[in-house]
Design a protein around this ligand. Sequence first.
Ligand code: AMP
Length: 185
Amino acid sequence: MIYHLGLGSNLGDPAKNLERARRFLASKGIVILRASALYRTEPVGFSGQPWFLNQVLEVETGLSPWELLNTAKTIEKRMRRRPAPPDGPRSIDIDILLAGSAVVRSPSLTVPHPKLEERNFVLVPLAEIAPGAVHPVRRANIADLLRASPDRSRVEKIEARTYTGLGAGRGARSSPAAKKRPRSG
Ligand code: AMP
């Protein structure tokens, strides 16, 4: 099954944290098909904290949405030093944005992610790698949702050459997993 995951970090070395999260995902057999650039993003909701680095991944795995959520939580626990308040600073956050055309509504998991269409820090990187992906509830594609987004917070693309020194560029741009095969859905 193809999923889109949103990664975010604003504590410690965010670029390294994103790279570690990608490695953890790969170590669990989750194949990274596409990785967006890294984006420097203005915090939404919880002011007075550092800007985030965000990235969206397109992945393929046989895991169910709940199994993938558990895997994401395990990775977050291993990388997090202390609990983070909602929308507060964190070393890593992993959200399931889309699970293809599947819709999940359960107490522990909602897919598509309920705040997807109101957050530019998700929509901009998602539109970079999957502009035509259709939101199965809104019945609109990601490029259209981005155009309609009410969010005015800033989202700045980081060019590869400006972040390779932080150790993130190699993972995002040239990992064998990222090149494995073209987009398939
Ligand atoms: P947060 O740490 O703020 O991202 O919140 C994580 C909590 O949101 C987890 O305990 C999940 O059970 C719940 N959740 C609901 N839907 C999703 C989703 N699509 N992706 C990730 N977490 C989700």
